[in-house]
Design a protein around this ligand. Sequence first.
Ligand SMILES: NC(=O)C1=CN([C@@H]2O[C@H](COP(=O)(O)OP(=O)(O)OC[C@H]3O[C@@H](n4cnc5c(N)ncnc54)[C@H](OP(=O)(O)O)[C@@H]3O)[C@@H](O)[C@H]2O)C=CC1
Ligand SMILES: O=C(CO)COP(=O)(O)O
Ligand SMILES: [Zn+2]
Length: 347
Amino acid sequence: MQSHTMELPRLIEIGEKNIEDFGKFLYSLNKPKKVSLISGTNVQNVLKSKIEKSLKIKKIQHIWHTSIDNQIKSIDIIQKSVKKDNSDLIVGIGGGRSVDTAKLISYNLSIPFVSLPTAASHDGMASPFVSVKSDKPHSIVASAPLGVFVDIDVIKKAPSKLLASGCGDLIANIIAVKDWQLGHKKKKEYYGRYAADLAMMSAKIVMENSSEFSRKGTDPRVIVEGLISAGVASCIAGSSRPCSGAEHLFSHALDKIAPGIGLHGEKCGIGSIMMAKLQGQDWKKITKTLKDVGAPTTAKQIGIEPDKIIEALIMAQGLRPQRYTILKEKIMTKKTALNLAKSTKVI
Ligand SMILES: NC(=O)C1=CN([C@@H]2O[C@H](COP(=O)(O)OP(=O)(O)OC[C@H]3O[C@@H](n4cnc5c(N)ncnc54)[C@H](OP(=O)(O)O)[C@@H]3O)[C@@H](O)[C@H]2O)C=CC1
Ligand SMILES: O=C(CO)COP(=O)(O)O
Ligand SMILES: [Zn+2]
């Protein structure tokens, strides 16, 4: 048996209007004297003073760093200035970009990392994986956060499309797990049933409750727990396999073809519709669920031209060749890609 390591977060706090306890939370982890805080400008506008107040209670000094994009060059610049902080802890505050920036810098500098997600938009908040713009289109392994701190009130007030995007990232697990099973069957790849079932559970909770979400609004706490649990599933699997299959390859291809257009989870959701059809799964149910939670189901809704969707489907099959997916079995030509996108009403 080939061995792999499982690294999990040590402490996770989920509360509502608990941001004032953030300093206490950090103190309970490693009694930091000084912390480096990494976030974007929108998030700083919303949370800066509240976070500073909570750190003051525990006499924790802090230095802010602003994340603008996830280019490796920009991250290097922040890393240099974080190094000069001589801090005991690095905190990533925001959506996926700021959390990933902090996670990577923490790994490179061997300083513990805490994640404070301000949006339920992706499953990286509790995982050791980092997605940055580099030569690799997919995530790389860094370290899992020492702690994850969530204030549901902050998540509730974030732009609603971020929560819908998180639902898309969870629905993707339905495709990813099926692809993993395919890889196991065809290539004798390691398949972890526990990790696969855990990832599926997060997807199912969205699928089974979406009608209620469409009437009453999506429950942010359920989605946050689902995203944390999906991250833990990846920790257990030792790779992003349970949460990333052909639908993520499609999203990664769009990141290259149409950079900056659409959120990660939105693209994974649309990819899931098309890949579900290729896998022989119920793609119409996926479309309905995405609509219920207010996530886009067409290229037009995220502002991507139909020809870019075709290009992405063709490019996706060549990305991450070591990961076996349905795209290895259903070869995409211009004609088949067009047919797939049209028949699933993505274009
Ligand atoms: N590590 C992993 O496994 C994964 C990583 N990712 C990565 O995550 C990134 C995508 O994350 P995503 O969250 O979709 O996008 P971003 O992190 O880019 O966030 C999108 C926008 O939402 C804003 N925002 C976040 N929270 C709030 C809030 N509470 N109030 C107001 N504005 C808010 C951000 O502001 P601001 O500019 O202030 O940050 C930003 O402008 C990509 O870089 C992707 O590669 C995605 C999935 C998994
Ligand atoms: O986004 C992810 C899981 O949801 C990470 O997937 P990748 O490993 O394909 O980048
Ligand atoms: Zn994802």
